[in-house]
Write a protein that binds this ligand. Structure first.
Ligand code: MN
Length: 135
């Protein structure tokens, strides 16, 4: 016998239900995401192609190589080749940016556990990756 009991939804009204990640590598299954209070962030990655990122809205912080910087409207951030980088919105605020790249570009690389450990050995970067850039 199979019984399906009606359960509470565990969904928050008025909060958009999103895919867990925009990733088609099948590293996860049957999971969704609702953002309640944290800020968004981009993938922590590096690649050969360069980025020029122009902030169009809101504010946040970026990690580029060994540096964590506050970013705001109209800032232009350049990301050199093979440099770890990530952009994070300030909590409860949008962060909109225009990211300019070459149309022909290499695939981003993700950090290994060893890369992450090396980055986290810097207290400022560890705080940034933990979502507390001013801690
Ligand atoms: Mn990138």
């Amino acid at each position: 016998m199979l019984v399906h009991r009606k359960a509470r939804s565990y969904r928050w009204e008025g909060v958009q239900e999103l895919p867990y990640k925009e990733d088609n590598r099948a590293l996860f299954s049957s999971i969704t995401r609702q953002v309640l209070f944290s800020g968004g962030f981009s993938t922590l990655e590096r690649h050969e192609h360069m980025h020029a990122v122009l902030v169009l809205r809101g504010r946040g912080h970026c990690l580029v190589g060994g540096e964590v910087r506050r970013i705001e409207l109209r800032d232009l951030i350049t990301v050199p080749p093979m440099t770890w980088h990530q952009f994070r919105a300030t909590a409860n605020e949008p962060l909109g940016f225009l990211c300019m790249v070459n149309a022909a570009r290499d695939k981003p690389q993700l950090p290994s556990e060893q890369d992450l450990a090396r980055m986290r050995s810097d207290a400022r970067i560890a705080a940034f990756l933990h979502g507390e850039p001013d801690a």
